[in-house]
Design a protein around this ligand. Structure first.
Ligand SMILES: [Zn+2]
Length: 344
């Protein structure tokens, strides 16, 4: 027993030394922005980020010497204000679901860790059910086992027998609909409801409820902040100029009128490079916002942004993982190194 415990102690000491001397210096000039979505209920479980893992991850990041900073602090550092950041980590949560108010915000507050939530304005108004939730609701409530949809000029069919196959079809369709114009997506979801013989919900319902503006106001403090994420979560690169401007400017105005001190950083819906164009980045700048976040996976280099005026309008983020191995690989830069190797 004594020998086993000695081996464990030596292994831990070696791992710590490797992290401090080899991996962390590599990530010295980098900040990592994590994006999170739904949270699972600590008592009832379910899909989403497990609060216990978030606790474990944050404790590990602190022990390993990472600086857990707010998005606002990152924007200041990138503007050359304040002390430079060493190994910075920022947490962001997209969309503004009820579980962000009841589970995530209290969790981050308990851990004394800053977090920025990006609510979809019309979702918080209760006017819009998020389209991927509509799709999940339809698949979960149908008795049917197959569906054929026409997406513009193309026909797509899905068949399933088990719940796992049904979920796979639902995810495949959701991914497909990220790449079609807004109107095609809306009409495909109408078709889906008709052919699955399920009423299409228009307003948010359980388990897809938003937090209220009242809740957002009560959460806003030095640790929990909010930033704009559009009015209805469209893919901005597929909208005309007027609607793209309304979505960006309207959501920022809405946040300013509902909250005391929102963060002037826009979060692009969907956020892949094909989902926002240079026009969208310029519209964000025209609204007087400091910058914007994408969902491209990379670190933010803690270096002056002056060379490229649009660089601050496409700051990359990593999806928050669900295990320690992936977390360590991301924050130490190993994951990026792997991606660069794979990308050639
Ligand atoms: Zn979103």
């Amino acid at each position: 027993m004594a020998e086993a415990s000695l081996k464990r102690t030596v292994a831990r000491a070696f791992a710590r030394r490797f992290l401090r001397n080899v991996l962390l210096p590599r990530s010295g000039n980098l900040a990592t922005i994590f994006m999170l979505h739904r949270f699972s209920d600590p008592e009832h479980g379910g899909p989403g980020h497990a609060p216990e893992f978030v606790r474990q991850a944050i404790a590990w990041l602190r022990r390993a010497g990472f600086e857990l900073i707010s998005l606002r602090r990152l924007t200041r550092a990138l503007s050359g204000e304040g002390r430079p950041i060493r190994h910075g980590v920022v947490f962001t949560i997209d969309d503004g679901y009820l579980d962000h108010a009841t589970i995530a915000a209290p969790l981050f507050r308990e851990l004394s860790c800053s977090v920025t939530i990006f609510p979809v304005a019309s979702f918080l108004d209760g006017d819009v059910m998020l389209w991927w939730d509509q799709i999940e609701h339809l698949f979960r409530h149908t008795e049917r086992r197959a569906v054929t949809l026409s997406l513009g000029t193309e026909e797509t069919s899905y068949r399933w027998q088990t719940d796992t196959e049904r979920d796979a079809c639902q995810h495949a369709l959701t991914w497909k609909l990220k790449d079609v114009p807004d109107e095609v997506r809306r009409s495909s979801i109408e078709q889906l409801a008709a052919s699955l013989q399920v009423d299409l919900p228009r307003q948010p319902r359980r388990p897809y409820l938003p937090m209220s503006w009242e809740q957002a106001r009560s959460l806003e403090d030095s640790l929990v902040s909010f930033g704009p994420h559009s009015l209805t979560h469209p893919i901005l690169s597929r909208l005309d100029d007027g609607r793209a401007r309304d979505e960006i400017e309207g959501s920022w105005r809405r946040l300013q009128s509902e909250l005391v001190d929102p963060v002037p950083v826009f979060c692009f819906p969907n956020g892949r490079r094909q989902d926002f164009d240079d026009r969208a980045m310029r519209l964000v700048a025209d609204c007087g916002l400091w910058g914007a976040l994408s969902t491209e996976h990379d670190h933010v280099e803690d270096a002056p942004l002056d060379a490229d005026p649009l660089a601050r309008f496409r700051l990359p983020r990593f999806g928050f993982p669900n295990n320690m191995t992936d977390l360590i690989q991301i924050v130490t830069g190993v994951e990026r190194f792997k991606q660069q190797l794979l990308g050639g």
